[in-house]
Design a protein around this ligand. Structure first.
Ligand code: IMP
Ligand code: MG
Length: 184
């Protein structure tokens, strides 16, 4: 049976296996860059929920990693609202820690720019960003993304945490969404 069973969910861009491979690659690069320092992975809810969990478990066990989350709202429907609002903050003390922002996707870059400013004020030893998906041609601000799993085409993507109006997050793969068909 085809795994595509939902209205509007189109071509699979990356399968669950390809995602797992990309996440291992991200974990390897992080572990290479921060082999013995205390790391805090800060997952951005809700989109990076699965990525943060999988990335944490893909790190070698000797890496001193802690987990935290924050939540922002910035995205209404299929178009960025342009304004980022902090809905829930981290709970750990980030001072002196090597903080890695874990995002589902970087599109205009506005959310990441906001988060770099917000978390940078907590005096971390270093601040990096990691995203599963990157749409570099969509940037409206110049923001650094140190680790990206996949460059992705100019399409609206759902699955593996990414949603359209709170739907499709549970899909184990990443697929293009035909927004009109999903509402039909
Ligand atoms: P940015 O602030 O424009 O970079 O947008 C970042 C946020 O917009 C991401 O964390 C996602 O929540 C959302 N977003 C951007 N592109 C997509 C997409 O193709 N599918 C689902 N969500 C997206
Ligand atoms: Mg998000």
């Amino acid at each position: 049976m085809s795994p595509v069973t939902r209205a509007g969910v189109g071509a699979i861009l990356f399968t669950a296996d390809e995602i797992a491979e990309a996440v291992s690659g991200l974990a390897e690069r992080l572990a290479r860059d921060l082999p013995s320092e205390p790391i805090v992975l800060v997952g951005v809810l809700k989109g990076a929920l699965f990525l943060t969990a999988d990335l944490a478990r893909a790190l070698p066990p000797q890496v001193d990693a802690r987990l935290d989350y924050l939540a922002v709202s910035s995205y209404a429907g299929a178009r960025s609202a342009g304004e980022v609002r902090l809905v829930q903050d981290v709970s750990l003390d980030l001072a002196g820690k090597h903080v890695v922002i874990v995002e589902d996707i970087v599109d205009t870059g506005l959310t990441l720019q906001y988060l770099r400013g917000h978390l940078g004020r907590r005096k971390p030893a270093s601040l990096r960003a990691c995203a599963l998906l990157d749409k570099p041609y969509r940037r409206s601000v110049d923001v650094t993304l140190e680790y990206a799993g996949f460059a992705c085409p100019d399409a609206f993507i759902v699955g593996y945490g990414l949603d359209y109006q709170e739907l499709y997050r549970n899909l184990p793969y990443l697929a293009k969404l035909d927004v009109r068909a999903s509402e039909g």
